[in-house]
Design a protein around this ligand. Sequence first.
Ligand SMILES: [Zn+2]
Length: 371
Amino acid sequence: MSEANKAAFVSGYENVKSVQRVDALEIENLPRGEFSRLFIELVENGIGRPIQAPVVVARGKKDGPIFGITAALHGNELNGIPVIHQLLKKINLKALSGSVVCVVAANMPGLLAQQREFTDGVDLNHIMPGKPYGKLSDVYANRLVDRITSNFDYLVDLHTASQGRVNSLYVRADLSQPMTAQMAFLLRPQIIVHNPPSDYTLRGSVAENGKPAITVEVCDPARFQRDPIKRTLQGIRRILNHVGMTKGRPQTSRAPKPPVLCSKSYWVLSERGGMIQVLPRAADYITKDQAIASQVNIFGDVVHEYVAPEDGIVIGHATNPVGQTGERILHLGRLMTAEQKIKFEKVSGCSLEGIAKDQPGDQDVPSLKPV
Ligand SMILES: [Zn+2]
């Protein structure tokens, strides 16, 4: 990019090169009005070297809340990392109230091994908040929460689909909590699924402290996807405005259309083994009894045809064709009824801008194009 084309604003993030090694996040010890790059040392490997979490703290000049963003808790779910990189280049520390704390890769060993799990094969997002005395992943999870995320007043946890699957850009959030619902809505994903956290997730461990927390599924694993990354970045900036940490345009000016709201979601599972081809795409509406997948054996004979068990929307689906009995085929979102949408508006204070009375399925699904 030529000098003339560069944006006038420079956050100064790129000029910070030094990285401090610490064993906990202590924001009060970090300088106001500066970016701090940290390696937070949580546990040790078999030769006594630290396993670290790379963290960037943008501490504003003014007091305010602590806004946490975590990426790559599943080590092969990468789209959240450039979201953080791009956000840091846009933060004006002079105008920032409070601190934005970015855990750039919450599972560094998994990232290096290009796998979802931690080094001992455990899914960190099923054991939160870990245990102070236990096996490696238990202790790591416990210290990640205790030393880092327990400081957060808000959490946006960035994920993608698992290996062998794709996702729409969607948010899981407890929509019975007004601020949580507002965060989900302002992020402007394609789909929001009402999902109270209860399953030992990082989101659940933060929500348990009464802090608003959402999980964003930024499309597909093991890659960087420009449009979903930009859409997520724009959404997080809208949330930072909304909670009063930054000042910008009104929160919903130039925002994409409201997302499709789902009251719940579940996976359609394979009943047989064989190679599966999923027919609809992520973020497509489907109707009851519509063909959604076809499964063949190794000789090419069709062994099962799958149909949609009800009307809904495709939140995500398998791309890896090889599926045993019980394989996840298609993640189906059940659309909110008009009554449920009206209740959502009441609880959250968010306006669905005239779509609340539509029949489920009438609303256009927002595209992934940045605004
Ligand atoms: Zn994940």
